[in-house]
Design a protein around this ligand. Structure first.
Ligand code: SF4
Length: 212
């Protein structure tokens, strides 16, 4: 699989390109483009989410920045010492990631937060590039099944041998993969994922990073 970075106005997914064009008219001050990986280039940990939120990353231009899921994720990253400064969704200069990078399986905001199978497949070339760009990577945290399956696929492994399950770990070639439910508003509100459950995953990641 070739490794590439998406252009801001990537047109590989026509439906997402059309949605972006509509959003540019509705929200002209937003970033409205494919959201690139963000973080520390020497990171040992990569976090993969699903896709940018319309009023979150699609507005700020930075993964997970500006919406509810970002509040949960950045709060947890700060607690486990992966953050310089203090998270502030309105001022991106106030914080940066330490030993961590964040990206999404799908780089463009999809309607109703639901990318389709073709869009997920199209964007895997860019996820591969994200992974290849981190030379010190040891661990990956996938938030939700789509992120998990995309990672397994770009590594040419079988999903049946590495199934997604919350708070499980998989050894993949030279990487350790940690699974968590996505920290979305829906999952938190329905208690599918609690803050304690999310922190349990980070406890395991923290232990692994510090002991390898
Ligand atoms: S989701 Fe990925 S492949 Fe599709 S248009 Fe956006 S950047 Fe391109």
């Amino acid at each position: 699989m070739e490794t590439l970075r998406p252009t801001k106005n990537c047109k590989l997914c026509i439906r997402l390109y059309d949605f972006r064009s509509d959003n540019k008219k509705k929200y002209p001050s937003y970033y409205n483009g494919a959201i690139p990986i963000y973080g520390d280039r020497n990171a040992e940990l990569l976090i993969i989410g699903l896709a940018p939120g319309l009023k979150g990353a699609n507005n700020s231009g930075r993964p997970f920045t500006g919406d509810y899921a970002g509040e949960i994720l950045y709060h947890t990253l700060a607690k486990y010492n992966y953050l310089y400064g203090e998270y502030n969704k309105n001022d991106l200069k106030k914080f940066s990631l330490k030993n961590c990078a964040i990206t999404n399986a799908v780089k463009c905001v999809p309607p109703n937060n639901k990318p389709n199978a073709n869009e997920i497949n199209n964007c895997q070339r860019f996820l591969l590039n994200d992974l290849a760009s981190l030379k010190n990577i040891k661990a990956v945290l996938t938030l939700g099944r789509i992120a998990h399956n995309s990672l397994i696929k770009i590594l040419n492994l079988k999903i049946s041998e590495y199934p997604f399950k919350h708070n499980t770990e998989h050894k993949l070639n030279n990487l350790k993969l940690f699974n968590s439910y996505h920290c979305s508003r829906y999952n938190i509100n329905t208690k599918r994922l609690t803050l304690e459950m999310f922190e349990d995953v980070f406890e395991n990641i923290d232990y692994f990073i510090k002991n390898t």
